[in-house]
Design a protein around this ligand. Structure first.
Ligand SMILES: *Cc1c(COP(=O)(O)O)cnc(C)c1O
Length: 343
């Protein structure tokens, strides 16, 4: 029983190579579930492209990528806190660069690990981590105390990110020169920013590097099929179906990250109307599933089970057979596959 990710190796790698060629000094990012591929596979890919540095999310992921064979520098992206597991020990690791987002944390690091390699994060309109620009001048007292690797700016997905990056980087560089590390700019913007600022700019990329490629195919397997009559109760919750048709049991449940509905950022009015329609559908008891059978996204009979989902496929004949692989749309950053095939 298989929820499967198939990667067309040649196409995927040519996509990755294209992005690497576009952005000199790009920092590949892997964290969490390894963007659906797994940390191991992305470590192997970072080695293939000969990256000097790999970025991870949390301090505990440093050991995980090392177990997967990574032996070069590692940047930890989440702003440092003494209470995070492994965070204090890693300050003393010469291969690890730590991101710090407050004066208090910098002062603490200066005390406990004065040689730590530090990136100082500036608060952006995202308002996640980072020190406010008003704190920049108060950094002066701390400069002597750690190995400064540069400034980091984590940008939102929308808005004028380039203008924001330029403004914040200029403010930071007026306090101290150093590399500027950014996210969510294009390759062209990154080069332009480096020109404008007159210093190296390092772009961290995860999603676009690993996922924005047509080389990926995610499928679920049909495990069982049952004929069901109109109004016949089905499933854990004994729901009655609105028409006669088929219960199609597919691989892929909550364990794999298949959710009843993926919250999405509805940007266009059309999208919002569609979401509303789906909510109405929900009210009737059947929600749209991410599984496609016979060219249509089929309905869930009930919320996904741990490893399987029950779909309702209306009609007299069933368009699939047990064993078939059917397309499934997943959010890769929350997905776990039974099988990853790279060929
Ligand atoms: C996760 C992360 C990235 C990579 O983000 P993508 O949208 O996956 O490219 C870059 N910078 C920071 C600070 C992050 O936490």
């Amino acid at each position: 029983m298989t929820l499967k990710l198939r990667i067309d190796a040649a196409a995927w790698r040519s996509h990755i190579d294209e992005i690497i060629a576009d952005v000199p000094g790009l920092v590949p990012v892997t964290k969490g579930n390894g963007y659906g591929f797994g940390l191991d596979r992305l470590v192997a890919e970072a080695q293939r492209i000969d990256a000097e540095l790999l970025a991870v999310g949390m301090p505990t992921e440093v050991a995980l990528v090392r177990d997967a064979g990574w032996d070069r520098d590692i940047l930890v992206l989440t702003a440092w806190h003494s209470f995070q597991s492994d965070a204090v020990e890693l300050l003393r690791d010469p291969q690890v660069i730590t991101t710090v987002g407050s004066l208090a944390d910098l002062a603490e690091i200066a005390e406990i690990a004065p040689q730590a390699r530090i990136l100082v994060e500036i608060e952006t309109s995202l308002h996640r981590h980072g020190l406010p620009t008003s704190d920049l001048t108060r950094l002066t007292d701390l400069w002597g105390d750690f190995a400064f690797e540069g400034w980091t700016i984590h940008l939102p997905m929308v808005g004028d990110q380039f203008a924001e990056a330029t403004r914040l980087a200029r403010q930071a560089l007026s306090v101290r020169r150093g590399q500027v590390w950014v996210s969510h700019l294009t390759g062209e913007e990154t080069r332009r920013l480096a020109d404008d600022l007159g210093c190296p700019v390092r772009l961290r990329v995860g999603t676009k590097l690993w996922l924005h490629s047509p080389a990926l195919e995610t499928t679920a397997q049909v495990l069982d099929i049952h004929r069901i009559g109109f109004n016949q109760p089905v499933g854990y919750w004994q729901k009655r179906l609105p028409r006669a048709g088929w219960v199609v049991v597919v691989s892929g449940g909550t364990t794999h990250g298949v959710a009843l509905s993926v919250p999405n950022m509805a940007s266009s009015a059309r999208r919002r109307v569609r979401n509303l329609a789906e909510q109405i559908l929900n009210a009737t008891g059947l929600a749209r599933s991410p599984f496609t059978i016979a060219g249509r996204q089929q309905l869930f009979i009930e919320p996904p089970h741990m490893q399987e989902s029950l779909l309702f496929v209306p009609g007299r004949t069933c368009p699939v057979a047990v064993g078939d692989q059917v397309p499934v749309q997943l959010r890769m950053t929350t997905s776990y596959f039974d099988e990853v095939v790279i060929e």
